[in-house]
Design a protein around this ligand. Structure first.
Ligand SMILES: Cc1ncc(COP(=O)(O)O)c(C=O)c1O
Length: 389
C-alpha cells in the first residue's frame, strides 16, 4: 500500500463530508492489470457510476491507461459516457428493455444478446450494423443462453444483416474462490461452446469470461479480454484472491470534518436507542456524515472506527441519517474542523472498504457502491484536484 494521497479538499460552501477519488490509482491499477493479463485486453467496468467513483472520470482514466473498452449495466450509463465525449467501445452487459434499444443503436454500443427476442428487438430498433456479444450461461444462472442454444443463436445473428457477432462471453460465479473447481467447470463448458461455434464455421469475435478475480486468479479465463471492475478501483474481489491484489491501490477515500466536540461523563449514553454507555469520562466528536451517505447504521454495533487525524477512534452509538459520533478519548485535543477519515489513509493508518465489508458481512463492492450521490466526489489526477461532481 502506498502512503496517504496528497489531496484533501472541502472547499468553502460545501458540506463537511466528501469522497476523494484518486484517478492516478485507477491508472496504476489498470496498468498493473494489463501487465498481468497481457496479451488479453482490459475492458474497464464502470457501471453503477464507476462503482461509486464517477463513471466518466474513471472511464477516461482507464482508457488513458490503455483499457480497450468499457462495460456498463444500462443503456443510460452508456449514454452518460457518450455525452461526455467518450467514443470507446462500450459493452452493455445484459439484454435491455426493448424500448431502450433504439438508444443503444444510436449510441453505437455493443449489445449483449442471449435470446431471439432481443435479436428481433434490435432489428426492429433500426440497427444497421450493430455489434452484439452473445452471452452464454455456463453455470452462474443469472443471464445468458443455455450452452446448447449458443450455436443456433450465433447462426441467427449471422443471418441478420443488421447485426454483427463481435464477441461471445460468459460470467464466472466463484472466481474469487480459486480453490473452487466450479470455475474450471464453467470454463470447460465455455470451451465446448467455442469448439461448437468453430465446427459450425462461426467466428466468435472476442471471447471473454473473466471479471477481476478471474483475470487475477485464473489465467485460462483471460482469453481475448477481461472485464475488470473492482480491481481497477483497488478493492479486492474477495479474501481468496487477496494475495493477488497487493499491487493495487485503493482509489476512494471518504472524509469529513468534525462538526461538534463535547465532554461526556461516565454513565451517560448516546445516540438513538441509547445503546452505548460510557464507562469513563471522555470526549465525543460529532461527524456530519451518516447512513444517508452510505455509512451503514450497523457500523456501530460491529465496532467500526474512523481516523480522527491519524488516530483510530471508535464509533459510539448508532450511526444516524446525517451524523455519527466517535469517542476521541478523555483530554483529546480534537477541534471542530479536524479531518476525519472514514475510508482511506491518514498518516500510517488506513481503513479499507474491505475492513467495513468484513465487519458488516458483505463485500467491498457494496461499500464503495453504497456511498450515496449526496456525497460529492472530488477527483484528482497527478495529485491535482481536476474535477468535481
Ligand atoms: C458480467 C460482468 N462482468 C464483469 C463484471 C466485473 O466484475 P468485477 O467487479 O468483479 O471485476 C461484472 C460485475 O458485476 C459483471 O456483471
Amino acid at each position: 500500500m502506498r502512503p496517504d494521497i496528497a489531496v484533501t479538499w472541502s472547499p468553502a460552501g460545501e458540506r463537511w463530508a466528501w469522497a476523494e477519488v484518486d484517478l492516478d490509482a485507477v491508472v496504476h491499477n489498470v496498468a498493473v492489470l494489463r501487465a498481468a493479463v497481457s496479451p488479453a485486453a482490459v475492458w474497464a467496468v464502470v457501471k453503477a457510476d464507476g462503482y461509486g467513483h464517477g463513471a466518466v472520470e474513471v472511464a477516461r482514466a482507464a482508457l488513458d491507461a490503455g483499457a480497450g473498452g468499457l462495460c456498463v449495466a444500462l443503456v443510460q450509463e452508456a449514454a452518460r459516457l457518450r455525452a461526455a465525449g467518450i467514443d470507446a467501445p462500450i459493452l452493455v452487459l445484459s439484454e435491455q428493455p426493448p424500448d431502450q434499444l433504439a438508444d443503444a443503436v444510436r449510441l453505437g454500443v455493443v449489445s449483449t444478446v442471449c435470446s431471439t427476442a432481443q435479436l428481433d428487438a434490435l432489428e426492429a430498433a433500426g440497427a444497421a450494423t450493430h455489434r452484439v456479444h452473445l452471452k452464454v450461461d455456463t453455470g452462474m444462472h443469472r443471464v445468458g443462453c443455455p450452452p446448447e442454444q449458443a450455436v443456433a443463436l450465433a447462426q441467427s445473428i449471422e443471418r441478420r444483416p443488421a447485426l454483427v457477432l463481435d464477441g461471445v462471453f460468459t460470467h464466472l460465479a466463484v472466481a474469487d474462490e480459486p480453490a473452487d473447481p466450479f470455475t474450471a467447470r464453467q470454463l470447460a463448458r465455455f470451451d465446448t461452446v467455442l469448439s461448437e461455434l468453430a465446427a459450425a464455421g462461426i467466428d466468435p469475435g472476442r471471447r471473454h469470461a473473466a471479471n477481476s478475480a478471474g483475470a487475477l486468479a485464473h489465467p485460462r479465463a483471460r482469453l481475448d479480454l477481461v472485464r475488470v471492475g473492482i480491481a481497477a478501483y483497488g478493492v479486492e474481489p474477495g479474501r481468496g484472491v487477496e494475495h493477488l491484489c497487493r499491487e493495487l491501490r485503493p482509489a476512494m477515500s471518504l472524509r469529513a470534518r468534525v462538526s461538534h466536540v463535547k465532554p461526556v461523563a461516565a454513565g451517560e449514553r448516546i445516540s438513538y436507542g441509547l445503546r452505548h454507555a460510557f464507562a469513563h469520562d471522555t470526549v465525543v466528536a460529532t461527524v456530519p456524515i451518516g447512513y444517508a451517505d452510505g455509512v451503514p447504521r450497523r457500523l456501530f454495533e460491529t465496532h467500526g472506527e474512523v481516523l480522527v487525524g491519524s488516530r483510530r477512534c471508535p464509533i459510539v452509538g448508532v450511526v444516524t441519517m446525517d451524523q455519527l459520533m466517535v469517542d476521541v478519548g478523555h483530554g483529546a485535543d480534537v477541534r471542530v474542523g479536524d479531518r476525519v477519515t472514514l475510508l482511506g489513509a491518514d498518516g500510517d493508518e488506513r481503513i479499507r472498504p474491505e475492513d467495513w465489508a468484513e465487519r458488516l458481512g458483505t463485500i467491498g463492492y457494496e461499500v464503495v457502491c453504497g456511498i450515496s450521490a449526496r456525497v460529492a466526489r472530488h477527483h484528482s489526477r497527478r495529485g491535482v484536484v481536476d474535477s468535481r461532481s
